[in-house]
Design a protein around this ligand. Structure first.
Ligand code: ZN
Ligand code: ZN
Length: 344
């Protein structure tokens, strides 16, 4: 089969590799669509701490079951499925606490096990046992399914009713934060983005009230004007930039919340924080990473029922072999979500 093999930072290519076998008590999925995720682009650039090359990466998988292993009763050959790539064991301490994303034996499709930038992907038994495979029973276009993974990662954010929210970074994650914040009753969403063409692209989202071009405008000034001079209730940093994380702390009101959402490159992940602002103004800074199986299921249903406008996010559908072009589109801010098709 054809697959994109990651061999090391800035080194990947399409190769002909053996088709995976159907795992015992697992399933083999023929990949119909796979999302190009910002985290994959970071892996292509600098590698990933939990990944040993060579590896087939890609984790936002939608496909059709090609074959099933033993003792599979809930799924049949031909079923369309969405796959949650964060596969917890279901029995460790974190899994028992409900935080499957921190599972001590976590398998991550496209990182610890081969992923979806390929024509077929093997889904192990543990994924089925922990509700990581969802059957698609309506005619949701397969190109929209990969957005479930991105949505899952933002739905557990603590943004709520009446909040004024500032989001840094108008990529798919930032825009999903805007959609989910509004769905949860946020009063106002301000989007700050440094890339002008990306900012223009996201003007299509009615969930965003104020657009800030941070290359031209003073974000702090606009934040104060939009928040009765207090600062926003919550700031979400949805871009992988340490300087923006530092800046975000000055954007929230006293007792405001700052979420660090985007991971920083592994070789450059230390920042300088204004500790006094955190202490005197009682600022809460917290992280958010990934999701538990129940969050993925909720996210899939938000997409499937049209509550998240997935079609507005998917700006480009390309053959998998053109992945480099997709990466370029995202890096230049010319697209929101790029979805790749391994059989085109
Ligand atoms: Zn992703
Ligand atoms: Zn576990």
């Amino acid at each position: 089969m054809k697959a994109i093999v990651f061999k090391g930072p800035k080194d990947f290519e399409m190769q002909e590799i053996p088709m995976p076998l159907c795992p015992e008590e697992g399933i083999l999925v023929k990949v119909e669509a796979v999302g190009l995720c910002g985290s994959d682009i970071r892996t292509f650039d600098v590698g990933h701490g939990k990944l040993i090359p060579p590896q087939v990466i890609g984790h936002e998988v939608a496909g059709v079951i090609e074959s099933t292993g033993e003792n599979i009763s809930d799924f049949s050959v031909g079923d369309k499925v969405a796959v949650n790539p964060i596969i917890p064991c279901g029995h460790c301490d974190y899994c028992k606490m409900g935080f499957g994303n921190h599972c001590q034996e976590l398998e991550f499709l496209g990182t610890t096990i081969p992923g979806g930038y390929a024509q077929y992907v093997a889904i192990p038994k543990v994924a089925l046992a922990n509700d990581c495979v969802i059957k698609i029973t309506n005619n949701l276009p397969m190109e929209q399914v990969p957005l479930a993974e991105t949505t899952a990662s933002v739905i557990c954010m603590g943004v709520g009713k009446g909040d004024t929210v500032l989001i840094f970074g108008a990529g798919p994650i930032g825009c999903l934060h805007a959609v989910i914040a509004k769905a949860r009753g946020a009063k106002k969403v301000i989007m700050s983005e440094i890339n002008e063409s990306r900012l223009d692209l996201v003007r299509r989202f009615t969930s965003i009230d104020v657009f800030v071009d941070s290359s031209q405008q003073d974000v702090h000034e606009i934040v104060l004007a939009e928040s009765n001079n207090l600062g926003v209730d919550a700031a979400i940093v949805a871009c992988p930039v340490g300087l923006v994380q530092e800046q975000a702390i000055d954007m929230v009101r006293k007792r405001g919340r700052v979420c660090f959402f985007g991971g920083l490159p592994i070789n450059n992940c230390h920042i300088n924080l204004n500790s006094n602002r955190i202490h005197y103004d009682e600022i809460a800074i917290y992280g958010a990473f990934a999701y538990a199986p129940k969050d993925f299921i909720e996210a899939f249903h938000l997409i499937s029922e049209g509550k998240v406008p997935a079609a507005e996010f998917v700006t480009h559908i390309l053959p998998l072999k053109d992945i480099a072009e997709g990466i370029d589109i995202i890096k230049k801010g010319l697209g929101i979500k790029v979805v790749l098709k391994p059989w085109d």
